[in-house]
Design a protein around this ligand. Structure first.
Ligand SMILES: [Zn+2]
Length: 118
């Protein structure tokens, strides 16, 4: 299951021993980049979360179980990450507010210049 409001940025297999089953070929590390999503817009955030999973014993390896070697590899992988740009997308509600603002400004200008009289 993917965490909400995020996408898979990078998935890589590690050659470290699994802390649970000691397999040397099961560990995969996955980075997800979070997306700020609200009523008005969505944009990629600069926050990433990582998850480690062992295919061999089918266990999620939580950071408390990481060895020093694993921590080093994760830190290295994290530094090498290339985050996706912000990619701001306005939602329909944001456009409605923008258009309403513009209409109000136009109306105020028309009234002030005397082109419209109430
Ligand atoms: Zn394992």
């Amino acid at each position: 299951m993917e965490p909400e409001n995020s996408f898979v940025l990078k998935e890589t297999s590690l050659s470290n021993n699994c802390p649970e089953c000691y397999s040397k070929s099961g560990l995969t590390l996955k980075f997800n980049q979070l997306v700020n999503d609200n009523l008005l817009y969505s944009a990629n955030s600069k926050t990433t979360i990582s998850k480690m999973h062992c295919k061999n014993c089918n266990t999620e390896i939580f950071p408390v179980r990481w060895t020093e070697d694993i921590e080093r590899v994760v830190a290295y992988q994290k530094r090498a990450l290339q985050l996706k740009p912000k990619a701001l997308k306005l939602k329909p509600l944001a456009w409605v507010i923008l258009v309403l603002d513009i209409l109000i400004i136009i109306a105020v200008v028309l009234v002030m210049t005397g082109l419209i009289n109430f």
